[in-house]
Each structure stands twice: as structure tokens, then as C-alpha cells.
Design a protein around this ligand. Structure first.
Ligand code: COA
Length: 439
């Protein structure tokens, strides 16, 4: 038996016992997205009555978020760095909170102690013959959280893929080990309708052969990918990827051959899709996972020639201020990597980078009203995610509005021209009131 195997046996325990290492007042972080260790999180929630004021922080979560329910509000405090649906209500109701942060800065915040971590709950693959486990579907801030936490509890999951790159952690870094086999949490693949396909086609018209792509979350990135089947030699340098990328790699459209940074490899910091994506990533030398302070750093992104970044938004005002993470005063999601990539694309060394915000022209509000997502003013209390100086292209199903370098009036005209026809007259009248000139 190797020394690490003896250490492994010594640290092995049950989830019930492991979560007793969490103490009242601790700050707890989970490894990210599909790496959330459900077995440990469930055990922690079952043990809730033993805790007071345990702070829970994470970015995207695919878990149940039961710790954020009102009945646990004295046991767990939510401080999210991105608001996923399962924790949204706790923040809306005032007992949870949110910290705005650029995704690429999260490992730095952890290293500097700006984000303190007492306990990290991690999910990793089974160890290899040297005692190294892979974090599989998320490297991002997860590795830094493991290094900085005072206590690390690991769920060893034999269903976690082994993904190459900066994902390996030695079992000596764990204080307690819990073996629990479970499917990797999956993201529901959004349905792509006519609107998304039209948006996808407009975005595809901005993508040249040989481009390197970043794609955000949601139906629109998938629709863009579906419109790229006739392109050649595309590459990936993206915060995350989902199932749509697998089809384009298998079709030979994405081959990373023209990449100026990390040629031959898709570079990502986390994976979020279905088992199809996770199987594709398992021991795939064509895919490399790096930490988010590398992948999302604007100066790293800028080293990719023909970089095209595609993200989405909730609303865009006449000046090109992009609201992506709040609806009025309600915190809806988070900054994530949107600004990292908008800025990285703007700084590209070949001057060819493009930052695209792609969204449907209208949305349905909770009370069933149809509203224009292109608006004269941002909603009261809403936060600007991407500033008007950083805005480049906005795309809806009605076309493309170029904003960079444009005046206030040119921006507003370009945006109104891609608004839903039902709202254009109303928006043109607002234009005339605001700019005291004809539309
Ligand atoms: N006012 C009110 N409600 C609005 C709205 C607006 N202007 N725009 C959208 N909505 C509603 C929608 O109707 C929908 O409601 P529902 O949940 O009841 O169906 C909801 O808000 C979400 O809108 P949708 O267009 O389906 O969102 P999405 O899943 O495509 O995600 C963002 C869009 C902007 C929320 C998402 O891309 C995001 O969080 N971005 C910020 C972070 C980021 O860009 N990261 C990039 C790297 S991954």
C-alpha cells in the first residue's frame, strides 16, 4: 500500500461525521457548478440545527439550495457571488446577500483573504495511482478555495470525469474524505426557438473562419453554435462550454487549429451541460481546464486572435448600458465573466476582437406583460453590468447594432432599429423627447 493510500483510509469517514467539522460562524464554500458535492451539502443541511450563522458562498449552483430556505435563516447566511435560481428568493426576501465581483478576480479575492474560507466542500474524481484527484468539471476558483480553506472535506465521486489541465488535487490536501458515487449535476439544455435561431444567424455573420469563441450561458449561445456548422477552424477560449460545443468538435468545425494562444486545445474554466459533455471531457487531450484567473483574465483573452465573445443581457438602454444581472432592485444573476470577456475582446493584440451582447428584443414580465428589452432608461435600482464604454455589438432577432465609437444619438438610433417593431414608434418618440431632434 502507498503512503497516500494509508492516509486516504485514515481520512475516510461518513458525510454525517465530516460535516461536524463545520462550526457555527464558519464561512463555507463549495466547489463550483457541476462540482457541487451534493452528498456533503445534503448532510450539512440535515445537521442545520447544530449551526448558527454559517455563511454559504458560491457562484453558479446546480444544487437544490435548501440551505437558503427561510426555515434555516438563523443557521445559514447566504453571501452569493452569483445568484442562481435556487438562492434568488433568499436575497429578494432580505435574509440573503450578494457580492458583485468579476469572475476572474475570485481566486485573487480568496488568496488575499477578501473572501475568507474556513471550510471548503469539494467534489473530486477517484484518485489516480499517485493519489491525485481531478476536480473534473470545474477548476475556476475551486482549486484556490481548496488551497486557502482551513478545512477541506472531499466527496470522492467515481462518476466525476478526469479532465486535463489545472484540475488535480492531491488527497493530502483533504482533511476528511467521503466516498459517494452520484451522477454529476446536469444543466437543463434550453429550448431553441425561431427567435434564438435568428439571433444565432446574426451572431454567426460576425464570426469569421479561424475565430476563437467565448460563449455564455443560455439558449442563445446554443443557437449561435447551431448557426456555425458551415464555418471552418474555430477555436474555444471560454469561461464555460455546454453540449453544443461537442457537436461542432465532432463535426470538425471546432479544431482549435488557428488559435494563437494554446493552439490545438479548447480552453475552459468550467463545464456545464449534460452527461454528453462530461463524457466528452473525460481524459480528452483536446480540452484543457485552467483556473479562472487565467481563462477570464482580459490580458490572457486578448492574446487570442479573432476573439469573438457572445453573452446575453436582460436590458440595454439608449446609451448602450448593458444590464445583465439585475431586474430593477432585484438581484437576478451575477456579473460572471461578461465584463472579463468584453474587455479582453476589446484589448486583443490583433485589434480584431468583438464583444457581442445577444438577446431577444422582448421579454415577458412575471405579470404577463410584453416589454422591450431595449429601453430609453435602465430600470430604477438596476445595476449596469457592462458600461457604455465597453459595449461593442448588440444583437437581437432583428439585426445588429454597432455601438463602439458611436455617439449617443447614433447608439440610440442603431438600437431602436433592432428593437421589436411593436415598440419602435414608442422608442422613437422617447428618442425625440430626449435628444430634441427627429428620429
Ligand atoms: N425585465 C424583466 N424581466 C426580464 C427582462 C427584463 N428586461 N429580460 C428578461 N426577463 C425575464 C425573462 O422573461 C425570464 O423570465 P422567466 O425566468 O420567468 O422565464 C428571465 O428574466 C430570464 O430571461 P432569459 O432571457 O430567459 O435569460 P437567460 O437564461 O437567457 O439568461 C442572463 C440571460 C442575462 C440573465 C444571463 O446571460 C446572465 O446571467 N448574464 C450575466 C453573466 C454573464 O453574462 N456571464 C457570461 C459568462 S457565462
Amino acid at each position: 500500500m502507498h503512503t497516500w493510500e494509508m492516509e486516504y483510509e485514515r481520512k475516510k469517514t461518513t458525510a454525517e461525521d465530516a460535516v461536524r467539522l463545520i462550526k457555527s460562524g464558519d464561512k463555507v464554500v463549495f466547489t463550483h457548478a457541476g462540482s457541487e458535492p451534493m452528498e456533503l451539502v445534503d448532510a450539512m443541511v440535515r445537521n442545520a440545527n447544530s449551526y448558527r450563522d454559517v455563511t454559504i458562498s458560491n457562484l453558479v449552483t446546480l444544487g437544490k439550495g435548501e440551505y437558503s430556505k427561510p426555515e434555516y435563516k438563523d443557521c445559514f447566511k447566504i453571501n452569493s457571488w452569483f445568484v442562481s435560481p435556487c438562492v434568488r428568493q433568499s436575497i429578494a426576501d432580505g435574509y440573503g446577500d450578494f457580492t458583485p465581483v468579476f469572475f476572474h478576480e475570485v481566486p485573487y479575492y480568496i488568496r488575499k483573504g477578501i473572501f475568507e474560507i474556513d471550510v471548503c466542500l469539494a467534489m473530486v474524481s477517484t484518485p489516480d495511482e499517485h493519489g491525485y484527484c481531478s476536480l473534473g468539471v470545474a477548476s475556476d476558483y475551486s482549486i484556490q478555495a481548496i488551497k486557502s480553506a482551513k478545512t477541506v472535506i472531499a466527496q470522492i465521486n467515481d462518476q466525476m470525469p478526469v479532465v486535463y489541465g489545472e484540475t488535480f488535487v492531491h488527497i493530502s490536501e483533504f482533511d476528511a474524505i467521503v466516498e459517494a458515487s452520484a451522477p454529476i449535476p446536469e444543466m437543463k439544455i434550453p429550448e431553441i426557438g425561431e427567435t434564438e435561431l435568428a439571433i444565432g444567424r446574426h451572431c454567426a455573420s460576425l464570426v469569421e473562419d479561424g475565430s476563437t469563441l467565448q460563449l455564455g450561458i443560455g439558449a442563445i449561445p446554443d443557437a449561435v453554435l447551431a448557426s456555425l456548422k458551415d464555418k471552418k477552424d474555430l477555436g474555444i477560449h471560454s469561461e464555460m462550454i455546454s453540449d453544443g460545443v461537442v457537436d461542432l468538435v465532432e463535426a470538425g468545425v471546432i479544431n482549435n487549429s488557428k488559435k494563437t494562444l494554446n493552439p490545438g486545445k479548447s480552453i475552459v474554466t468550467f463545464l456545464m451541460g449534460t452527461k454528453k459533455l462530461y463524457d466528452f471531457a473525460d481524459r480528452n487531450p483536446g480540452l484543457e481546464m485552467r483556473t479562472v484567473d487565467y481563462v477570464n483574465h482580459p490580458m490572457v483573452i486578448a492574446q487570442n486572435n479573432n476573439m469573438v465573445c457572445i453573452n446575453s443581457a436582460l436590458a440595454v438602454d439608449f446609451m448602450g448600458q448593458i444590464v445583465s444581472d439585475s431586474i430593477g432592485t432585484k438581484q437576478f444573476s451575477g456579473v460572471g465573466g461578461q465584463v472579463d470577456f468584453m474587455r479582453g475582446a476589446a484589448m486583443t493584440l490583433d485589434d480584431q476582437g468583438k464583444g457581442i451582447i445577444a438577446m431577444p428584443s422582448v421579454a415577458k414580465t412575471r405579470d404577463g406583460r410584453m416589454i422591450s428589452k431595449i429601453t430609453p432608461f435602465i430600470d430604477h435600482g438596476a445595476a449596469v453590468t457592462t458600461s457604455r464604454q465597453d459595449a461593442d455589438y448588440v444583437v437581437t432577432e432583428y439585426g445588429i447594432a454597432k455601438l463602439k465609437g458611436k455617439t449617443l444619438k447614433q447608439r440610440a438610433r442603431n438600437l431602436i432599429n433592432i428593437a421589436h417593431p411593436q415598440f419602435r414608434d414608442e422608442l422613437a418618440a422617447e428618442f425625440e423627447r430626449r435628444f430634441l431632434t427627429t428620429f
